[in-house]
Write a protein that binds this ligand. Structure first.
Ligand SMILES: C[S@@+](CC[C@H](N)C(=O)[O-])C[C@H]1O[C@@H](n2cnc3c(N)ncnc32)[C@H](O)[C@@H]1O
Length: 217
């Protein structure tokens, strides 16, 4: 599915999020605090849009994705980034390698969330952090009702006009609705072995950034 939407992926993100994607990436960067000397794994990195600000801040970034189409678009757009073809459920890196492991708008798409979180834990150093950026659930009841209408009715309609693969956006809407709430995801992160789990809501909870720490056993 991602191979099919790769070419217009970044443009569609900006359009369908009404320009919010940039703010969400800024907020993620502020939490990750990338700096020279930091080694960061960006799982499900797609076209590299989530890796770009981390590399620009001087961190050593490793974007990994299992869609060849997304990687091809990413390599064209960001020739300086070192993309790796790989599965978040079987990460092609050794144990305890990264200061931060992050995944933006990707955890929801993995087939096994617990396995992805455990694999992220394995490759992160002791004292290292997990940062998950993902669609979540607006906290205000009235806003949530309006947003769900946009998601389930308007978004598939708009994408039918704009996207080469409108079904991908029906999937997007359905997968967001079925995704755990902020506290449920925090619980899943803890069950996978991460400690000190917390989250920050963005745009009324349309997106949430979950953070956690790997504590030595
Ligand atoms: C919505 S895109 C997000 C891309 C990027 N992180 C961003 O913020 O723009 C989701 C990506 O997850 C990737 N993906 C889904 N499951 C994966 C897995 N098990 N291993 C690696 N990549 C995966 C897809 O190929 C796709 O590129």
């Amino acid at each position: 599915m991602f191979d099919g939407v790769a070419k217009r992926y970044d443009l569609m993100n900006d359009l369908l999020s009404l320009g919010q994607t940039k703010n969400w990436r800024k907020a993620a960067t502020a939490i990750i605090k990338p700096a020279a000397g930091m080694k960061i794994l960006d799982l499900a990195a797609g076209t590299g849009a989530s890796s770009r600000p981390l590399a620009d801040a001087g961190a050593e970034v490793y974007p990994v994705d299992f869609s060849q189409g997304m990687l091809d678009s990413g390599r064209k757009r960001h020739p300086d980034l070192h993309f790796t073809l790989g599965d978040a459920l079987n990460i092609p890196f050794k144990d305890n390698e990264f200061d931060v492991t992050t995944i933006s708008f990707g955890l929801r798409n993995t087939n096994d969330v617990n396995k992805a979180l455990q694999e992220a834990l394995r490759v992160t150093k002791d004292g290292g952090r997990l940062v998950v950026v993902e669609f979540s659930h607006p906290t205000n009841k009235i806003f949530r009702t309006v947003y769900m209408k946009y998601l389930m009715a308007l978004l598939p309609k708009i994408s039918r006009k704009l996207s080469s693969n409108p079904d991908a956006y029906v999937y997007l809407a359905e997968s967001i609705q079925a995704w755990p709430t902020q506290s449920e995801l925090a619980q899943k992160i803890a069950v996978a072995g991460w400690k000190q789990t917390s989250w920050k809501n963005l745009t009324f909870g349309i997106v949430a950034i979950h953070s956690a720490v790997k504590v030595a056993k």
